[in-house]
Structures are given as C-alpha cells and as structure tokens.
Design a protein around this ligand. Structure first.
Ligand code: DAH
Length: 340
C-alpha cells in the first residue's frame, strides 16, 4: 500500500513538472486530490484496512496529500507568473511607434481673410466697430438716403423681420451708428454678416459678409480714397496691384464709384479670373453724401469724407480661386482642410 501511494506521489510530481498550462495543472489536481480523486480513494479504502494498520496508512496518505498540495501550489504560482509575463510581453503597447496625431484645426478661409483685412486697416489707424445685424428701416435705408421707392427696400431684395425691422442688407448701417455717436475726425471700419433675399447659387448667398470703411475729417477727398484703396489692393492681392474707379451710383455717396483691382493672376493681360478684362470688381465707394452727414448732425460745409464697402466672401473667393460661393458655408471638411 505504501509503495502504491509513493508511486502515485512520484508519478504526480513528474506530471506536475512537465505541465506548462494552468488548465492542465488544475485537471491533474482534481484527478489526484479531488473528491473522487485517486489519493482520496485511498483514504476511503482505509475502512478495509486492519485496525492496527489504519493509522499508519492514514498518516501516509495525509503526508502524501500535504506534499502534493505543496507541489501543486508551487507549480501554480510559477505558471501564473509565466502567464502574466507572456501577457505583458504580448499585449505591450509600443510607445515608440510614431503617432499619426490628431489633425490640426484651422480658421475658416473667410476668417483668415477678414483678420488680414482688419489688420491692414487697423495698421492705418482705423478703429473697429461692431453694429447690430437686426436693424430698423432708418439705419438700413432712410439715414443712408435710400429713397422709399428704391428696389432694395422691396421684400424681394431685403429680409424683413417685422414692419420697419430688417436683417441688415449691408454694413453701411455702421456709418450712421458711428456718426450719430462720434464727431469727426472719424476713421473706422465695421464688418459682419449681411442678408439679402437671394436664392443660393454659385455667386449668391442669402447671408454673406461685408466690411465697411468710413473716414470723415476736414478736407477729405477722392484722392484720399484712391490712395487708401491702392494700398489695400496691393496688400491683399500682391505688390503692384492698382485700382481703377468707375462712375457708379449709391444713394449714400456722391460721387459714387465702383472699384476694380488690377488682376493679380494675369497682370492685366486677361484671364479666367478677370474674365479676360484684366480687372476685378472688388467694392463700392464714394464721397459721403451731404444729406447723410447732415442727418447725423455733421456739417457738410466743414467736414467731408469717403466710405467704401466690400464683400469679404467675394475677396476670399478671388484670393483662393473658389468658383462656387456655396462651399464657403457648407462646412465640408474636404474644403476646410485645405486651409490648415
Ligand atoms: N452698401 C453697398 C452694398 O452693399 C456697398 C457700398 C457702396 C458701401 C458704396 C459704401 C459705399 O460705403 O460708399 O452694395
């Protein structure tokens, strides 16, 4: 009996030493030490052993159990550690791998252009004012000498919020807001969203952006306007760009002009951007109408000034060769990512 047990112990120890998997080790343990295991069976068999032999053999079986339990515990600890080491090695995160990184954001092209333009005028000493997007008829039309029968006053052209309340159709409203509060000399720009009752297409949007300039002082002339605009055109479209003034009409200026910049793409030779003319229309301007000054309490016999208004979206599309205005407002990442 003792021999059989010591043989079982030896065999089991041998099996333990060659087991390299926790699951297999556990099965082996159950097979030998479990409730119906081999060694347990000997304990049960003690009842068939003679009374005098019984304690001796009982002791022997117990010693064998203690010994084997120790062996199993030791093997289990070793296998668990090996398992952990394997996992650590296999599942290790390689922190030396290059990280593709999150893509960097960028300012919208319109914002980039706007900031550059504002920076230019600020460098010339212009102040920047912010005026309401929702305006009364007075600021959008009457104070700017826009007559009652002017087409801009039609609901077809301007978005009315209520009777006499409109979403401003231009930033020229800012001129009145400033002149009401401030006495000359005045040198400001105002900019922001403007609205018109237009169907969106490649060149129209019901919401777009304008930047307005206003200079009022003693002896301000068209030459001052031309000088400022030439400087601006060179700044934004590149050195050597000039402007030409074409006679036009705006109720709030007299005389009024349409301003073209020489085409930077072809240097005046004519190309796709300037539609073969060598010139690109960039803004409207003029000498502030006496009636507008008077309406704001500024004496037109003492003071004079000029004003100009440009579409920021238009300047942006010219600068980047964008041929459809709508992409500016689509928030399509494929478009926006090009401006990082
Ligand atoms: N308000 C005009 C428009 O929306 C642009 C403009 C023209 C502004 C002449 C001016 C100006 O200040 O003098 O089309």
């Amino acid at each position: 009996m003792q021999e059989i047990i010591s043989q079982l112990v030896n065999e089991t120890e041998k099996a333990i030493s060659v087991t390299n998997e926790l699951r297999v080790l556990n099965d082996l343990k159950v097979e030998v030490l479990g409730k119906s295991g081999k060694l347990t069976a000997y304990l049960r068999g003690l009842k068939d052993v003679s009374a005098e032999e019984r304690p001796k053999i009982g002791q022997y079986v117990n010693d064998a159990r203690v010994k084997l339990e120790g062996a199993f515990d030791k093997a289990e600890t070793i296998l668990k550690q090996a398992d952990l080491n394997r996992k650590l090695a296999e599942e290790k995160i390689d922190i030396t791998l290059p990280y593709s990184g999150k893509s960097r954001g960028a300012l919208h092209p319109l914002t980039q252009v706007r900031e550059r333009i504002i920076g230019y005028f600020v460098s010339l000493g212009f102040g920047v004012v912010d005026t309401p997007e929702i305006e009364t008829d007075y600021y959008n039309f009457s104070a700017l000498n826009i007559p009652p029968d002017h087409p801009a006053r039609d609901a077809q052209d301007t978005l009315f919020v209520a009777d006499n309340i409109v979403l401003r159709s231009h930033t020229s409203t800012g001129q009145i807001r400033v002149m009401e509060k401030q006495k000359p000399p005045i040198k400001v720009i105002s900019h922001g969203r403007v609205y018109r009752a237009d169907e969106p297409d490649a060149t129209h949007s019901p919401m777009f952006h304008q930047l307005e300039g206003l200079v009022i002082d003693k002896g301000v002339t068209m030459c001052d306007l031309k000088g400022i605009l030439d400087g601006f055109a060179s700044f934004i479209f590149g050195a050597g760009t000039t402007t030409r003034l074409r006679p036009s009409y705006f109720p709030f200026t007299e005389p009024s002009v349409e301003v073209d910049a020489s085409c930077a793409g072809c240097k005046g030779a004519g190309c796709r951007i300037c539609k073969g003319t060598g010139w690109i229309e960039i803004l409207g301007a003029g000498i502030v109408n006496r009636r507008v000054l008077e309406g704001c309490g500024i004496n037109p016999d003492i003071y004079s000034g000029f004003a100009f208004g440009m579409g920021l979206d238009r300047i942006t599309t010219i600068l980047y060769g964008i041929n459809d205005l709508r992409v500016m407002f689509d928030n399509d990442m494929r478009f926006l990512k090009q401006f990082v």
